[in-house]
Design a protein around this ligand. Structure first.
Ligand SMILES: C[S@@+](CC[C@H](N)C(=O)[O-])C[C@H]1O[C@@H](n2cnc3c(N)ncnc32)[C@H](O)[C@@H]1O
Length: 214
């Protein structure tokens, strides 16, 4: 089924691209995750365990609507482009007209991902190549600070993960890859979804090691 037809099933409009005016910006353009990538992800990952999914750079909200509709879980998106954010809100009104029976909330926030205050229960974070690795590093450090304060297992979902993101996670964080999925029909090697996990036990072990050294 085509992207527009899938949008129609959710009663939303997310097809298209929006470039930033400044092409050298650290912020990447809007383009939605393909539905075929969301399908492969949802067949291989247990969203039911998510307290809330946060989409950093949510665009017009496709990922939020799709997950909310399929799993009836709370979702939130953060978007830095005002026009795109307004389109996400318009989509929410259209979507909700047909999905008012699902009690879980959908929220969109206008602002920068690196300034977003992570809720102590947020445990699933989605990224489709939204910004430079410098900003990605800040967002991941915010997540790490949150889990140090409120210990819990958290997952990162990366669609189309660029090499710099992967290198940073590998060399500078305790996240581990738990699954890699190839998107069917994908034409280039980056058309994959990678799930990274940081387990609560690892955080507790790290704390015990610090106490033992101290
Ligand atoms: C490739 S799109 C992904 C859209 C959506 N996550 C999806 O997968 O369908 C990246 C989005 O991130 C937004 N973005 C870029 N930099 C951002 C920042 N610093 N904070 C929040 N959003 C940002 C862009 O405006 C764009 O809409």
């Amino acid at each position: 089924m085509g992207e527009r037809k899938q949008d129609k099933l959710l009663n939303i409009k997310t097809v298209g691209i929006r470039e930033w005016k400044d092409s050298k910006s650290q912020y990447n353009r809007y383009e939605a995750t393909p539905y075929k990538a969301l399908e492969v992800l949802c067949e291989n990952y247990k969203f039911k365990d998510a307290y809330r999914v946060v989409d950093f750079g949510c665009g017009r909200g496709r990922v939020s609507f799709y997950l909310h509709n399929r799993f009836q879980i709370p979702v939130t998106g953060i978007e830095a482009n005002q026009k795109t954010y307004e389109e996400a809100l318009e989509n929410k009104a259209l979507y909700r007209a047909k999905a008012e029976h699902i009690p879980a909330p959908i929220e969109f926030n206008y602002g920068l991902a690196q300034h977003f205050k992570i809720d102590e229960k947020d445990n699933c974070f989605y990224f489709f190549h939204p910004f430079s690795v410098n900003i990605f590093r800040k967002v991941i450090n915010n997540i790490l600070r949150s889990v140090e304060k409120h210990k819990r297992t958290v997952d990162l979902i990366l669609y189309y993960p660029i090499r710099e993101y992967r290198d940073f996670l590998k060399t500078s964080t305790p996240f581990e890859i738990i699954n890699t999925m190839k998107v069917p029909g994908g034409t280039d090697k980056d058309e994959i979804v990678i799930i990274y996990r940081l387990r609560e036990e690892v955080l507790n072990e790290e704390e015990e090691d610090c106490l033992n050294i101290g």
